[in-house]
Design a protein around this ligand. Structure first.
Ligand code: NAI
Ligand code: MG
Length: 363
């Protein structure tokens, strides 16, 4: 029976890498009925919102989406499509594995990290007060009266809520993930020494919940220290558990460790829905040129196949990516080659088909 999946191609390089991933899924022999739903800048012009309701309704129907990146204009009135989607569907956990790939030159040999990022709270919760607005003026007065806090007249303010409830579920998710995937350690990144009442909740809730998982080692690092360890000795870290903003930053750092944004997949998961998307953005600098690296999107599709219990196909896609990268004649510019997006997806499709048919891989 065919799986029903919502496809959000996105904008910038989104449609290019989305098509590449669709072709690989087809080559892996998995029948998918794609419900294609456009979102982003062009849709904003046509429909008045960059994330029309029909996109959310589609994902509520299919429960599963594969999504390309969507551009977020800096400082404009509209909230990020990505942040809105994660909040509307309560996709509270982002999972981003950063794994060294064969044939991709990097500073560190054996990187095998998984970033688990809380996806709904923290400074990305969307609680913002615009500089000079009447609401912020009231807030300034309140804060002064409450505790003598002085907010500068010309400041804008973003609020950082982190709750015990919101932290519990991501901590349990991270430890359960570690258990299911034979991981040994979960390291929490925080600044609880500075932000006692927000990061403090995150750290102490994690430390308490960790007692329920005696088989998994719990560690904690200040997030700046974590960044240093990642740059110096990433092989000493395993699963990284982070609040929203740090998780965003550390994900890109981890992508850099394994060869760049073109290679790292991701999943946004909640109790009910799952949206798979690469870590990278819409890369406007190379959009439309046909040489974006589709690997991150293809590996995101592989994560989706695992989620849909198409284990053999998922495995074949991952091994096909490895085989093509190891062989080395087909590679995109971001990792030192000159191949196009479609040459890469063709090579991976051929290799996946060969693996599933029990033939050797000849990319
Ligand atoms: P970006 O990830 O789009 O690009 C950063 C750099 O990496 C660029 O030089 C780009 O060419 C390169 N790059 C990214 N993906 C690549 C790929 N697959 N192949 C080859 N090179 C690749 O980050 P940037 O420029 O900060 O953001 C651009 C737009 O994307 C912004 O509007 C941002 O808000 C949005 N964005 C959307 C995300 C999403 O939809 N989940 C995630 C991150 C950013
Ligand atoms: Mg990011």
């Amino acid at each position: 029976m065919a799986h029903h999946v919502t496809l959000v191609p996105g904008d910038g390089i989104g449609p290019e890498v989305a098509e590449a991933a669709q072709r690989v899924v087809e080559a892996a022999g998995v029948e998918v009925e794609w419900d294609v739903q456009e979102a982003g800048a062009a849709v904003l012009e046509r429909e008045g919102s960059p994330l029309p309701d029909r996109v959310l309704r589609s994902i509520e129907r299919t429960r599963t989406a594969l999504k390309g990146p969507v551009t977020t204009p800096v400082g404009s009135g509209f909230r990020s499509v990505n942040v809105t989607l994660r909040q509307e569907l309560d996709l509270f956990a982002a999972v981003r594995p950063a794994l060294s790939l064969p044939g991709v030159a990097t500073r560190h040999g054996a990187v095998d990290l998984v970033v688990i990022r809380e996806n709904t709270e923290d400074l990305y919760a969307g609680v913002e007060f615009e500089r000079g607005s009447p609401a912020l003026e009231r807030l300034r007065v309140e804060l002064r009266a409450l505790a003598g806090f002085e907010i500068a007249q010309d400041a804008g303010v973003t609020v950082k809520p982190i709750s015990v409830t919101g932290t519990h579920r991501i901590v349990r998710f991270a430890f359960d993930f570690a258990r299911r995937n034979d991981r040994r350690t979960v390291t929490v990144g925080h600044k609880a020494n500075i932000m006692k009442f927000s990061d403090g909740i995150f750290l102490f809730t994690a430390a308490m919940d960790a007692f329920g998982y005696p088989d998994i080692e719990f560690r904690e690092l200040q997030v700046d220290e974590m960044a240093m360890h990642l740059a110096l000795e990433p092989e000493t870290l395993d699963v990284l558990l982070l609040p929203n903003l740090y998780g965003d930053i550390i994900s890109d750092l981890c992508a850099g460790l394994v060869g760049g944004l073109g290679l790292v997949p991701g999943a946004n998961l909640g109790w009910e829905f799952a949206v798979f998307e690469p870590v990278h953005g819409s890369a406007p600098d190379i959009a439309g040129k046909g040489y974006a690296n589709p690997t991150a999107m293809i590996l995101s599709a592989a994560m989706m196949l695992t989620h849909l219990r198409e284990t053999a196909a998922a495995q074949a896609v991952r091994r096909a990516v490895d085989a093509v990268l190891a062989e080395g004649s087909v590679r995109t510019r971001d990792i030192g080659g000159s191949s196009s997006t479609s040459e890469m997806s063709d090579a991976v499709s051929r290799a996946a088909r060969a693996l599933l048919e029990g033939r050797g891989v000849t990319p």
